[in-house]
Design a protein around this ligand. Sequence first.
Ligand code: COA
Length: 191
Amino acid sequence: MNKKKETKRKFQRIIERVFQYIHRFGVRVRIFLWQITYDIEIGKDTDFKDINYINTYYGAIKIGNHCQINAIGLIGPIEIGDNVLINHMSDVSGRTAKVTIGDNVLIAPRVSIMATMHNYRDKHQLIKGQGVKSADVVIGDDVWIGMGSVILPGVTIGNGAVVGANSVVTKDIPEYAIAVGAPAIVIDYRQ
Ligand SMILES: CC(C)(COP(=O)(O)OP(=O)(O)OC[C@H]1O[C@@H](n2cnc3c(N)ncnc32)[C@H](O)[C@@H]1OP(=O)(O)O)[C@@H](O)C(=O)NCCC(=O)NCCS
């Protein structure tokens, strides 16, 4: 880690502590502080509720206009379009790859979207010593992701697709497909 990054991270940690105390001043103050502290761009009429952490250590976070972000937390790099709803207890995490979410996307409660996972194949080494692998996650426009679903690294969900509740999306989902289950398979298409 270079010195500049290290200093920035320390500064962000202090601000995170401060956030815990200023929570009662409401969301507007937090948004203002995020914007001056982090690599974060927030569009107009975008609001946050009950978010616990914003982390731009790995990359910037860009959020479009008219979004409602009620996620537990966001870890960059992330790019979110306009009119996006991310519901309670969901989390979006890029880390070493990017998560892109299009316009008019609905993400139900308790959805996890992650672009990074552990390497684990070598049984002679601890999993935590094997590093991570990552691949971008892309979610198209007008996608609806049902509650409790998990979107794994490297997945692309096409425009207009629907992911049923509690699905685990391990592979790409075509445009306008309705996919359900673990692993998620296409059961139909929107007409
Ligand atoms: C995927 C979904 C949209 C499909 O709804 P629908 O069009 O009414 O479809 P049906 O209920 O007729 O289901 C069609 C088939 O898929 C199966 N199915 C539906 N949802 C499923 C799911 N999440 N996981 C596994 N199978 C599912 C049904 O059992 C049915 O199977 P069958 O044909 O063998 O009987 C819906 O089931 C769902 O998961 N909605 C998400 C709800 C949610 O997250 N709400 C939060 C509010 S933001």
